[in-house]
Design a protein around this ligand. Structure first.
Ligand code: HEM
Length: 568
């Protein structure tokens, strides 16, 4: 029976019966929302506004029993309808009949995604979730009414691998349900694979060779910049951010970024930070993003960021290629595809290029420098390795020795293990069919994340001292017989649990570029300068103030920089 049909004859009912019918209609609405999650504004308006209004009008017919004014009758129906709807949603979400009932988690997270958003916005989601896994003693935590997060490496492949799940509804939220999406927001596996092809060409070995001189020039400028600091003190994380932005501009757009030379005169970094924060809202509450897109002022900051990327991409396409930059491939200037994408489809990639190409590597590089300063023994060993392969006078920006620099690799891996760029993982979702991942059943229409932060710090995957910065574990993993321990703790190193660049067909397509960039910069920095924390700096504050937003956001890092030859 249709909802309206069910209401027929309401006028002949007693008030009690009428209220029962109103409740019934509200329950039907809950079923509809639960099954099809309608977004269409007319349908949503009908279910949430028109229907209770219509019921109010029918209730008005009861004036033979009660002298109800129109306003009161509407108030009663609205209250009864929405109270029933909300109660029904709450009871269902907490009930043993909910498909995710078996998975524990805080009550507020089971109740509404709004609380998940609140945790995400505060920036400490990675730590909160790790605490929750421990508190509830579970590998699978209920992160939202229809979302779970898993701390079990054996589930990675089924969720993220080749035959795994597609991206979750958060991608729709970030994309504002638009059709001109950037690669990371495509949920359809086929479209995603097609859109990924030019990215793969633009980050393969041949393309990377083209970017090497660009990295070298900008890394040289970075060293000059950090040495220019007043009284030798600089905010290293900001310098590295400026470097990464300028390099990304050259590498992707063939130029146009000069933050290291001019400073951030146009407030670019502030706009990026604001846009990233706004993205948390639209990712956490995708349905809200659908409506916010229709009220541009509500997503102004996020839109600005998206438009800024698209604008730069359009300018670059109009101007044409000066070098074989990333847009040379994204725009099919290399002619690899039979049909070139539209300008708008290419322009949509602009925002991802800016964020993925600069926010990620800059954060990781800053954190590596922070960890080196906190661990002087490691810093010294890395200096020794760099000095061995690139003694004074040798060009440390030449990549020829990278494959032999095992300690450098270990330092990078260990930093990425402890501080992955996306600590709370990226969202995937089941559609009409549930799956089994590891030992865990994921019901249909469930969003799911792999908890990278917790998996990387789980003693079942990395031991001993999973919470400590110990690059040597990566060398021991290559030669387990070299492990010597004063305790009886076994050495555990689960390579399958190391996923800083994610896993599967949607993993980080820029992985090799990022690794090359980081190795070149680190070799050059370590060869040329010595850094230490600035006097009076609260060393603990760095980790405390890291924020799990899109890519891990790092705080200021005030340091004193000296030229190494001066030091010696
Ligand atoms: C240390 C640096 C970096 C780290 C740790 C990193 C990590 C990640 C992670 C975790 C994802 C999410 C993948 C998923 O959804 O499963 C990702 C996606 C992506 N990254 Fe990176 N990234 C880094 C640098 C870069 C760079 C330099 C680029 C180049 C421009 C880049 C381009 C991308 C793109 C295009 C995607 C989307 C891939 C897709 O959806 O198919 N990343 N990255």
């Amino acid at each position: 029976m249709s909802v309206v049909g069910m209401l027929g004859g309401l006028a002949d009912l007693t008030l009690k019966d009428a209220l029962v019918r109103i409740g019934g209609a509200a329950l039907c609405t809950h079923v509809i929302f639960n099954r099809v999650e309608p977004l269409s504004p007319p349908l949503v308006a009908f279910l949430l506004v028109v229907e209770p209004l219509a019921l109010g009008w029918m209730l008005l017919q009861h004036q033979t029993h009660f002298a109800l004014s129109f306003l009161i009758s509407v108030l009663i129906t609205f209250s009864a309808y929405h109270a029933t709807l909300i109660t029904s949603i709450i009871l269902y979400r907490l009930s043993p009949f909910h498909p995710l009932a078996r998975y524990p988690g805080p009550l507020r997270l089971k109740l509404s995604q709004v609380f998940g958003f609140q945790i995400a916005l505060e920036g400490g989601r990675h730590r909160e979730l790790q605490k929750m896994h421990e508190e509830y003693d579970t590998d699978v935590l209920r992160l939202g009414p229809n979302e779970i997060i898993i701390r079990d490496a054996s589930a990675i492949s089924a969720i993220m691998g080749t035959n795994g799940l597609g991206k979750g509804p958060g991608a729709d939220g970030r994309a504002g349900y638009r059709t001109d999406r950037t690669l990371i927001n495509w949920r359809d596996a086929e479209v995603h694979a097609k859109r990924r092809k030019p990215w793969i060409r633009g980050t393969n070995t041949t393309a990377l060779k083209e970017y090497e001189p660009v990295i070298a020039a900008r890394a040289g400028q970075l060293v000059d910049m950090v040495l220019r600091g007043r009284d030798g003190t600089v905010n290293l994380s900001q310098c590295i951010k400026f470097f990464a932005y300028d390099f990304m501009s050259d590498m992707a757009f063939g130029g146009g970024g000069e933050l290291m030379r001019d400073g951030d005169v146009h407030g670019l970094m502030h706009r990026m930070d604001a846009g990233i924060k706004a993205a948390i809202l639209v990712e956490s509450l995708p349905w809200l993003s659908f409506y916010m897109e229709k009220v541009p002022s509500m997503v102004a900051k996020f839109r600005q960021l998206r438009e800024q990327g698209a604008q730069r991409a359009r300018q670059r396409i109009l101007r044409g290629a000066l070098t074989k930059d990333l847009f040379h491939y994204l725009n099919n200037d290399d002619g690899a595809e039979a049909v070139s994408p539209s300008v708008e489809a290419v322009a949509a990639e602009g925002v991802l290029v800016i964020l993925a190409g600069s926010e990620t590597t800059s954060g990781v590089l800053s954190t590596i420098m922070y960890l080196l300063m906190r661990n002087p023994d490691v810093y010294k060993k890395l200096q020794q390795e760099v000095d061995k392969f690139y003694p004074p006078g040798e060009n440390a920006l030449d990549c020829k020795c990278h494959s032999e620099m095992t300690y450098l690799e270990a330092v990078i891996n260990e930093s990425l293990r402890l501080f992955p760029v996306q600590p709370s993982g990226s969202q995937r979702a089941t559609r009409g069919k549930g799956i089994v991942a590891g030992n865990h059943y994921i019901p249909p229409y469930t969003s799911v994340r792999i908890n990278t932060w917790s998996i990387h710090r789980d003693p079942r995957n990395f031991s001993p001292s999973p919470e400590s910065f110990w690059p040597e574990r990566w060398l021991i993993a290559e030669d387990p017989s070299s492990y010597k321990s004063s305790t009886s703790k076994p050495f555990i190193h689960n390579a399958n649990a190391f996923i800083p660049f994610s896993f599967g067909p949607s993993n980080c397509v820029g992985k090799n570029l990022a690794l090359k960039e980081m190795k070149m910069v680190l070799c050059h920095l370590v060869q040329q300068v010595a850094v230490r924390f600035a006097d009076g700096y609260d060393v603990e504050s760095y980790e405390r103030e890291m924020k799990d937003w899109f890519a891990m956001q790092v705080p200021e890092l005030p340091v004193v920089v000296t030229q190494r030859s001066e030091k010696a």
